[in-house]
Design a protein around this ligand. Structure first.
Ligand code: NAD
Length: 391
């Protein structure tokens, strides 16, 4: 079986789905590895390093013609989609719940689609395949650096002959994987860190990293299914926003990471809260994306300064800005999943396996992932796909 790595083409995407270090592992399982020329350039993995590791470097045309399984970071572009043929498989972060139309297209073309974002994350044997966590770790680390860099003062307390600077007060809203990594990084830089989450069970993790957990009297435990948060009711949301405003105003740098699966990100920092902040404060909105963000007025990929001098950074996809590290993690996740699905050098699709049930979206001409199929069933023929356009 030929496994092929494409060169990503999404704007700003610098990651690659496989790094040279993983090639020996795949070859040992009887797989041949093709790499599109330039695939690793954005993460400083040259074609020659792939070739030295045992891969064959090819053009896109050769790759599409020869590949059995195509590895990608994000969704395939139009050229790849157009060049795929029935019987091929594609594996990456395809996000079928946000773009079920892509799954429908791949199924109708007879292509097997495998999406890393459907992985059952609490299953211990799947943890080495958890790309959402590995990329959130990288992004949380970078968010703290981005916040520190945009802040016009120090994170640590500094005592010099010219005076003493107090440490920055950093607030992390949302303490999942990214939030916890942001706490650790801000602490290592010397900031005083507080954090809040609607899942109070994260308190012990926050405290073990040296942060102070903020509890709100107006919102109770909002833990939902599978370790995620549930969406708040309108009343809870308003109470939360109002109570958070006082805490927000007392902090210099705020990093927001809140997400609720399948929903637009909750608004945690309102316009009123921004107005209460001091000039020079910084907000890094990791919730920022096409569906909105955690911060009023944040724009994905852009930096906005409010009238009262608060810098809001719309920090969508920070993992790609640390491309060598995020690609190395991602490549380990992808290789582990590929090896899990391969027997005797061939891909074996088995939806009765708990891991495969989460990640195999289309096979044999049908959408077999239940949640994606249910989303598509809601869409009338002729309607636009619910989550967005199919490339
Ligand atoms: P996420 O990206 O979905 O959300 C980030 C954080 O935002 C979560 O902690 C969530 O509680 C919080 N949040 C949502 N709405 C909020 C609101 N209105 N106000 C404040 N905070 C809000 O989460 P994630 O980082 O992908 O993971 C969430 C959880 O999934 C983990 O903490 C863990 O319990 C579970 N998980 C388990 C494993 C494992 O067992 N190996 C691996 C990964 C994740």
């Amino acid at each position: 079986m030929k496994v092929a790595v494409i060169k990503e083409s999404a704007p700003g995407e610098r990651r690659v789905a496989l790094v040279p270090e993983m090639i020996a592992r795949l070859r040992a399982a009887g797989l041949e590895v093709l790499v599109e020329s330039g695939a690793g350039d954005g993460a400083w993995f040259a074609d020659s390093t792939y070739a030295e590791a045992g891969a064959t470097v090819v053009s896109r045309e050769e790759l599409l013609a020869g590949a059995d399984l195509i590895l990608t970071v994000g969704k395939p572009d139009g050229q790849i989609l157009g060049g795929l043929r029935s019987g091929q498989a594609i594996l990456g972060m395809l996000n079928p719940l946000a773009d079920p139309g892509l799954a429908a297209t791949l199924a109708s073309r007879g292509i097997t689609a495998i999406s890393l974002d459907g992985l059952p994350r609490t299953l211990s044997r799947a943890q080495g395949m958890d790309a959402l966590s590995s990329q959130a770790n990288v992004a949380g680390y970078k968010a703290a650096l981005v916040g520190a860099s945009a802040f016009g003062r120090f994170f640590p307390m500094l005592t010099t002959a010219a005076g003493t600077a107090r440490p920055a007060k950093v607030l992390i809203l949302g303490t999942g994987v990214a939030g916890l990594q942001a706490i650790g990084t801000a602490r290592r830089l010397g900031a005083v860190v507080s954090a809040y989450d609607v899942r109070p069970q994260t308190r012990t993790e926050v405290e073990s990293l040296g942060g102070t957990f903020i509890e709100l009297s107006s919102v109770g435990d909002a833990a939902g299914e599978g370790g995620y948060a549930r969406a708040l009711t309108d009343e809870e949301r308003q109470a939360q926003q109002a109570e958070l405003t006082g805490h927000i105003a007392r902090h210099d740098v705020i990093i927001t990471t809140a997400q609720v699966p399948g929903r637009k990100p909750p608004l945690l920092i309102t316009e009123d809260a921004l107005k209460a902040m001091t000039a020079g404060s910084v907000v890094v909105d990791m919730g920022s994306g096409p569906l909105g963000g955690n911060v009023a007025g944040s724009v994905p990929g852009e930096t906005v300064v409010t009238g009262n001098g608060v810098t809001i950074i719309g920090a969508a996809n920070l993992a790609t800005t640390v491309p060598a590290a995020s690609s190395a993690f991602l490549a380990r996740n992808i290789s582990a999943l590929v090896l899990h699905m391969v027997a005797e050098g061939a891909l074996v699709i088995d939806p009765s396996d708990e891991i495969q049930a989460g990640v195999v979206i289309t096979h044999d001409g049908a959408v077999i992932h239940p949640a994606t199929a249910a989303l598509l069933a809601k869409t009338q023929p002729g309607d636009d796909a619910p989550g967005g356009a199919t490339p």
